[in-house]
Design a protein around this ligand. Structure first.
Ligand code: UDP
Ligand code: MG
Length: 321
């Protein structure tokens, strides 16, 4: 980041995306308050009301009477959990930014454990790991097992449980990551591009008390698409020509060789090549090759615009001595 970010004013910011959680908030916010007060640090709770259609807002307002550290951020419509995290990160004033689900599935009693490791180990991210996850195996746990493995392989940041919302981020990380779409599950992976130290701690997983999960199987498909995006962002975003250019060269090269073979065949045997499927393939591969090369060039142009328009540095400094 080239622009200096203002300094944190508090110790802890807890970010809670809220979408129709009226029933859960009533018990969860007081439980969270007690856990935070016991830490003896300055804190704030940022509840991002993501266009709830139930009376979550009224519940939050009533809770604020008793918990002055509660900040209520009201979205104009439902933007999704990732947007909730992003808003919380932007507004957070704490040195440590803690993300949690507002449905009570994450246990506030785990916070001291995560915080301790964060401070003593000097980590940038400490992630919760739901060792005994309560959700169904086939629809939820199996897809996330696969996703965790793939993200780990692609990014070098191996976590058992990317999907666990309970995580602590050092303030610099929270302010630095750019979140889009459904990418909140991949924050540690995205942050790996700035070079972060990540640790993992087993945490409690509790069943949801009221309401239903906002996600279903379609989420699995979206997560897979996000995974492809994250993989690209982390590997070739800074050098798209090396990915597309390689594909272009291979495709174009094979097409050229096939065309050459057919031409020589025609010249030496005089046979007809107009009806050969191989000819179509050769033409297809050459056109594809040109397309890939153009895509690589366009990518290079876009990445320059990306860094220059935002005045973004291509590096991140940890400290200077
Ligand atoms: N959430 C949100 N916006 C949405 C969907 C979910 O803010 O569009 C919040 C939701 O209120 C909860 C958290 O994100 O605090 C996780 O959602 P949920 O419990 O439905 O997901 P699951 O735990 O089943 O993965
Ligand atoms: Mg939940």
């Amino acid at each position: 980041m080239k622009q200096p970010i203002s300094q944190p004013e508090l110790d802890i910011s807890v970010v809670l995306p809220v979408y129709n959680e009226a029933g859960n908030l009533k018990t969860f916010i007081p439980e969270l308050s007690i856990a935070l007060q016991a830490l003896g640090r300055s804190y704030e709770i940022i509840a991002v009301n993501d266009g709830s259609t139930d009376d979550s807002l009224d519940v939050l307002r009533a809770l604020k009477q008793r918990e002055p550290h509660l900040r209520i951020v009201q979205f104009r419509r439902n933007f999704g959990q990732t947007a909730g995290f992003a808003a919380g990160f932007d507004l957070a004033r704490g040195t440590y930014v803690i993300t949690m689900d507002a449905d009570g599935q994450n246990d506030p009693a785990d916070i001291p454990k995560l915080l301790k490791l964060m401070e003593e180990g000097g980590y940038d991210i400490v992630s919760g790991w739901r060792v005994e996850r309560k959700e169904p195996f086939l629809s939820r746990r199996l897809p996330s097992l696969l996703a965790n493995h793939l993200i780990g392989r692609a990014t070098g940041v191996t976590l058992h449980d990317y999907g666990c919302s309970l995580k602590i981020y050092h303030w610099e990380v929270a302010k630095h990551v750019q979140l889009y779409g459904e990418l909140h599950r991949f924050i540690p992976a995205l942050a790996s591009s700035m070079g972060v130290r990540v640790a993992e701690v087993p945490v409690n997983d509790r069943p949801r008390r009221y309401g239903k999960s906002k996600y279903n199987l379609s989420k699995t498909i979206r997560v897979i698409l996000d995974l492809i995006t994250v993989f690209f962002l982390l590997t070739y975003m800074g050098r798209p020509m090396q990915l597309f250019g390689l594909a272009g060269l291979v495709s174009g090269g094979v097409g050229f060789l096939l065309g050459l073979y057919l031409t020589l065949f025609k010249l030496f045997t005089g046979a007809d090549i107009g009806n050969r499927p191989l000819l179509s393939l050769a033409i297809l591969l050459i056109i594809l090759g040109v397309q890939f090369l153009m895509m690589g060039l366009l990518g290079e142009l876009m990445i320059r615009t990306y860094f220059e328009v935002q005045d973004k540095a291509i590096y991140v400094v940890r400290s200077e001595e």
